[in-house]
Design a protein around this ligand. Structure first.
Ligand code: COA
Length: 335
């Protein structure tokens, strides 16, 4: 078995900043409510005509990650693209990125695991690198939420939370047999699939059917979220999967140098931080600036933490995610 490591990181967010006050002009909400319940102050939304899309943002993040890894797109053996908001229903974002980056005929895989998408994608990349099948895997998480949210009071429980952006990591074979990605741990529980979901357009809720129904009453084309149920499950699963990862490596909470939780809600991150008694410098949050960017949230946060010098060689970095499905997972990395 080979050792795998993250050799490059990058992120991109659209320039357009949307504050809580901006949202209060579109729906019955306010800055105090949003900050108190979620910690979010602002988020980025693609602006019509700014040239961005889910795959284009992914490419921008990927180019930075490649440069930092000292690689070009020609060195990449495999593309893994995680999103819940692809540019089109099919084909997926992986091949869109491949085309935009002029990447020959390497395989491209799409991951559909919502907020856990990046951790799932890292896990897939890790297996391919460890077994020696591929040397460099490009992993991207990217989301364009703003194009599909209900920006009226009806949708306020969901729409204030989500933002747009992309993050990328290159997972590479390491020259050293020490450290790197130590292990990944994945779970899902489909019985809760309807608690955070977007029904259509899909083959179960196809466009003609949606149009035929009264769009005022039947809104399967906007995301639905049972917020409190999601919150309660998130705090349990985050804790479990972090502990599972630590125990698998004979480590404990006191070994964590940096926890990068999926940026679902600042209150969820704070709950985990308190439970594990982690000091502020051992948990990284940036949901205040970007909202919940789903598959992009961990790579954006990881990149910013690394850029700020908060992750150093030898540090134990823990990534943990929970989201729609429900799906959840963790990655334990010795930097
Ligand atoms: N602005 C103002 N009021 C709002 C609002 C908004 N944006 N969204 C909902 N409300 C109102 C509700 O209508 C409700 O009003 P009512 O009491 O008159 O019926 C009230 O605020 C409380 O709503 P509730 O849904 O119970 O709030 P909450 O405390 O559960 O907070 C969330 C809502 C969504 C912030 C919270 O449940 C949460 O963060 N859950 C986890 C979500 C998550 O992490 N999702 C991503 C997973 S990857």
């Amino acid at each position: 078995m080979f050792t795998s490591k993250i050799s490059g990181l990058g992120h991109y967010v659209p320039e357009n900043v949307v504050t809580n006050d901006d949202l209060s002009k579109l729906m019955d909400t306010n800055d105090a409510w949003i900050q108190e319940r979620t910690g979010i102050k602002e988020r980025r939304h693609i602006k019509k005509g700014d040239g961005n899309s889910t795959s284009i943002m992914g490419v921008k993040a990927a180019n930075i990650a490649l440069e930092r890894a000292g690689l070009t797109s020609d060195d990449i053996d495999f593309i893994i693209f995680a999103t819940l908001s692809p540019d089109m229903y099919f084909p997926g974002g992986g091949v869109q990125v491949q085309d935009l980056m002029g990447m020959g005929t390497v395989p491209a895989l799409d991951v559909r695991n919502q907020c856990s998408g990046f951790v799932y994608a890292i896990s897939v990349a890790d297996q391919f690198v460890k077994t020696g099948m591929y040397k460099h895997v490009l992993v991207i998480g990217s989301e364009n939420h703003s194009g599909g949210l209900d920006m009226t009071t009806r949708g306020r429980g969901v729409s204030v939370i989500f933002g747009d952006g992309a993050g990328a990591a290159v997972v590479s074979r390491s020259d050293s047999d020490e450290g790197g990605i130590l292990s990944t741990h994945l779970h899902s529980e489909g019985k809760h699939k309807d608690e955070l979901a977007l029904q259509g357009p899909s083959t179960g809720k196809w466009v003609p059917e949606i149009i035929a129904e009264n769009p005022q009453d039947d809104i399967p084309y906007y995301p639905y979220m049972n917020g409190q149920f999601v919150f309660k499950n998130a705090v349990v699963r985050f804790s479990e999967v972090i502990m599972e990862g630590l125990q698998a490596n004979g480590l404990s909470v006191s070994d964590i140098d940096m926890l990068i939780p999926h940026q679902a809600n600042l209150r969820i991150s704070q709950f985990i931080q308190k439970k594990f008694q982690l000091s502020d410098d051992r948990v990284f949050n940036n949901i205040q600036k970007y909202g919940n960017t789903t598959a992009a949230s961990i790579p954006i946060a990881l990149t910013e933490a690394w850029e700020a010098g908060k992750i150093k060689k030898g540090d134990l970095v823990v990534l943990a995610a929970f989201g729609s499905g429900f799906t959840w997972g963790s990655a334990i990395i010795r930097w």
